[in-house]
Ligand binder design. Sequence first.
Ligand code: DAH
Length: 337
Amino acid sequence: MKETLNKIKAEALSALDDASCNIEEIRIKYLGKKGELTSVLRMMGQLSAEERPVMGQLANEVRAQIEEKIASMQELQKQKKLEEALVNEKIDVTIPGKKRTTGKLHPLNKVQREMEDIFIGMGFSIAEGPEVEYDYYNFQALNIPENHPARDTQDTFYITDNILLRSQTSPVQARVMEKQQPPIRIISPGRVYRSDEVDGSHSPLFHQLEGLVVDKGITMGDLRGMLETFAKTMFGEKTQIRFRPHHFPFTEPSAEVDVSCFVCGGKGCRLCKGEGWIEILGAGMVHPNVLRTCGIDPEVYSGFAFGMGIERITMCQYGIDDMRLLYENNVKFLEQF
Ligand code: DAH
């Protein structure tokens, strides 16, 4: 029995010498209820009265030594784990942080909001209309009957014979007047569509901002004054505007409106292509036919309307020379605004 006890001790201690040993497994193997030392102790009863205390003492010593070794190994392994963790989970506080990039408004949205703010400041409210529109509102109600040549410049995408993607924001004029008697003072920004090839100044989808004022005694002087205020706020206090006669079927008289070039002040430069003026919008006095079609009496009321391209204003504002840049979603480009 003495040999067995010494053998158990030697085996257990050497097993525990391995720094990466499974301590719990060893404890169960030697000291557990069914462990080797326990089974030896069970045989004590067979020993003589003299042998028993001697073996008992030896067995206790063996147990104590193994337990002691277990405790010190546990401490050692704990320490090792901690050291490993300290190495592996080390945080290098000198590494530069990850940069979080924040998004911002697209230049088109930015300019659109600036424009909206200016008109809201002058008492306009915002009206919305559908992008999928009836031929009636996009053309007929605006004094552009079927086969009218004005349709050629506004060729668009047709869903059916009489449903199309609106080619201008002007149909919102008709929709508003149909529902509301004067006084009317609205702007309507939004997407419009035309079946144009993509190039530096054309896109099948672009944005316009429409304006409409109808009331008693509205004159072209009101239109001019309002547009001048808009131009000065948008492009700077020194900005001048000029009207050039033009034709739109839904206004009479009609005009194209230019602003003095805000880069060269009118002398002529690259932006204004040497003209000194930049065309920014179409406008005019609402045609009596349009008022009548929409249920407003042209004998009592008069009004003006205007429409401008948001891309065009954005490109002028920032000196962007190719419209495609606005749609390509190139972050390097967009970051600049
Ligand atoms: N809708 C016209 C276009 O897309 C622009 C326009 C011209 C709008 C004159 C108006 C206006 O309201 O009075 O070319």
